[in-house]
Design a protein around this ligand. Structure first.
Ligand SMILES: [Zn+2]
Length: 267
């Protein structure tokens, strides 16, 4: 059994659900993210949160897949502070819904001042409500600086335990920094802008398999909803044991997600 802990199923087809189910993916968790265009109103976010908490679990269940989600204001749309405040106003009502695991994906995209402000607001909300946090880190040249900023902001809040926070889109130059500070790390298998299966397994060979999960972050762009399955095959080809493979593809995400009382594994 495989958990795909970060995928944007609202952008995927039912054929993808079928293929994932056939390859052993039994559980998906879907963070709220940027839809490929900027939403103009808080009502646009409300509709999206409805879709994630009501419609998508029903669609997934038709293929025997259990669907959970994360809600929050993603950093790409966290530039307009007025709109951000309106979204944060409606957010708590949705966070109480039965399949919501916590705040995510929140974080930084270009490390801008407004993004940082909105991240701080959402970290405060997560701390007050004792929510798990799933963090998006910036791409390319902004990644190291952004990851450091995020670790500092979250690490400074004594109410938040680092083992309840997963820092996603980690790469070779950020993964050890994340793990050394006690956070969980996610490695994203995404064509062009993020890791290949080869690079991801290289990271597992050098940084170990503890407190790490793999995900596809498949969305509306060129991406692969079976990427975690293929990375498992690459681990097998390199000689990792079945125990180690199921550790990364199932037990690790189950351990992190299981810290939320709303996360249910049906075997
Ligand atoms: Zn994402």
């Amino acid at each position: 059994m495989i958990i795909e802990p970060h995928i944007h199923m609202v952008s995927r087809t039912t054929d993808d659900y079928r293929a994932m189910a056939m390859h052993g993916i039994a559980i998906v968790t879907e963070p709220a993210f940027w839809p490929g265009y900027d939403r103009r109103t808080a009502a646009g976010f409300a509709d999206y949160f409805e879709q994630l908490t009501v419609a998508e679990p029903v669609r997934a269940a038709k293929f025997g897949i259990s669907h959970h989600c994360w809600l929050g204001l993603n950093p790409k749309e966290a530039v307009d502070l007025g709109l951000a405040l309106e979204v944060l106003e409606i957010l708590p009502e949705y966070l109480d819904r039965p399949t919501v695991l916590g705040l995510g994906e929140i974080g930084l995209n270009r490390n801008g001042r407004n993004e940082i402000k909105v991240l701080e607001w959402q970290v405060e909300l997560a701390a007050r409500r004792n929510e798990l946090i799933l963090v998006h880190t910036p791409h390319l040249e902004d990644k190291l600086k952004g990851t450091r900023l995020i670790l500092d902001i979250i690490g400074a809040d004594s109410r938040i335990s680092t083992d309840r926070v997963l820092i996603d889109h980690a790469e070779e130059h950020t993964v050890d920094l994340i793990l050394e500070k006690g956070f969980w790390a996610g490695i994203t298998l995404y064509p062009h802008s993020k890791c290949s299966a080869d690079r991801a397994v290289d990271i597992l060979e050098t940084s170990g398999c503890e407190r790490i999960w793999l995900n596809s972050a498949a969305d509306w762009g060129v991406s692969n909803p079976l990427a975690v399955v293929e990375a498992g095959e690459e681990m097998r080809r390199r000689g990792f044991s079945e125990e180690a493979i199921s550790g990364v593809l199932f037990r690790n995400p189950a351990a992190f997600l299981g810290q939320s009382p709303r996360f249910k594994v049906q075997c």
